[in-house]
Design a protein. Structure first.
Length: 129
């Protein structure tokens, strides 16, 4: 079983909250728009962080936002270092989180399958095996 790194988990949570606030307040690039920081994964040594985001309510161009966030990552890293009082701030690697979209797509497929099954049973007798 992998060993837990509680400091890394605490840094992840704080990084997630801080980046959400910094992006909302400081990043003026119109390509970013409204985004939601869904999670952050920090390496054991706290030198790298993957930050996952999704456009708020699925509205907006995720690719353009990704490009803008990667462009602003140096500034954001500097702000994170100062505000979190870290000796070395993690390199920020922004990535689009498509898990929400995949979940919605799976939910729609399940709903369609249930409706299809329900229609078959209403139209005729249930098939026996």
């Amino acid at each position: 079983m992998p060993r837990e790194f509680p400091r890394a988990r605490r840094v992840e949570e704080q990084l997630k909250r801080l980046l959400a606030e910094l992006i909302r307040r400081e990043v003026k690039d119109p390509r970013v728009g409204l985004i939601t920081i869904t999670s952050a994964e920090v390496s054991r040594d706290l030198t790298h962080a993957k930050v996952f985001f999704t456009p708020f309510a699925g509205v907006g161009n995720a690719e353009a936002a990704l490009e803008a966030l990667r462009h602003a990552s140096g500034y954001l890293r500097h702000q994170v270092r100062n505000l979190m009082r870290l000796r070395v701030a993690p390199e920020l690697d922004f990535q689009i989180d498509d898990s929400v979209e995949r979940g919605a797509r799976l939910a729609a497929l399940i709903h369609d399958a249930v409706e299809s099954d329900r229609q078959r049973h209403v139209d005729g007798e249930p098939e026996e095996e």
